[in-house]
Design a protein around this ligand. Structure first.
Ligand SMILES: [Zn+2]
Length: 200
């Protein structure tokens, strides 16, 4: 699974007092795209992320995301599509993964950054009063100075199960309706809706 990055460790708590230091990763998230430099070393496909200290990478206006081992990961301000550092290109996070690129721990960084970057980009104004949101002083949250509304990152619980008949060595497979997606066979899976349990 994508989160299996041992012996590396991602620490996802928000650190309000963190300061960018040389070598920290900087994530340019543009929708589902992230700025990376594709690499190839003796046939092995990889990628690199922009880091603090590299030409064209800002040290101001960065938002702290999380850390990978001793390295902090920052979200770059979004000033437009063309603002990624020279030598880097925007790539869809799934394309990067399907290409089989590593290292694994950086792929996990990319996916988590896309998740958080999308949340920050989609929550600039208060849904209750329309006021401009600011970052919470201590938590990973956005707050509205006008009405006190607090918004935490959204997660979307989902479940996937394998229903087995071990005696006959069979499993239950579902098929998506044609035309909606590519017709594929899949395990029983879905999002957890309001009022449902994971088991439902
Ligand atoms: Zn408000």
């Amino acid at each position: 699974m994508i989160q299996d990055i041992a012996p590396h460790r991602m620490a996802n708590e928000y650190l309000p007092d963190a300061v960018p230091k040389a070598g920290d990763y900087v994530l340019y998230v543009r929708g589902q795209d992230v700025a990376v430099r594709r690499t190839e070393d003796e046939g092995k496909l990889g990628f690199e992320l922009p880091f603090v200290g590299e030409q064209g990478v800002p040290t101001e206006g960065l938002t702290y995301l999380f850390s990978l081992d001793d390295c902090s990961c920052w979200l770059a301000p979004n000033t437009g599509l063309a603002d990624v550092p020279e030598g880097f290109g925007l790539v869809h996070n799934r394309v990067l993964r399907m290409e089989g690129r590593g290292p694994r721990e950086l792929m996990y960084v990319v996916y988590t950054a896309v998740h958080l970057g999308g949340w920050y980009a989609g929550n600039r104004y208060c849904g209750r009063c329309g006021g401009e949101l600011v970052h919470h002083s201590t938590l990973r949250a956005l707050t509205c100075p006008a009405c006190g509304n607090t918004i935490f990152p959204r997660i979307n619980p989902a479940v996937i199960v394998c229903v087995r008949d071990p005696k006959r060595n069979k499993i239950v497979i579902t098929r998506y309706a044609r035309g909606r997606y590519i017709p594929i066979d899949a395990l029983v899976a879905g999002f957890v809706e309001i009022g449902e349990t994971i088991e439902d």
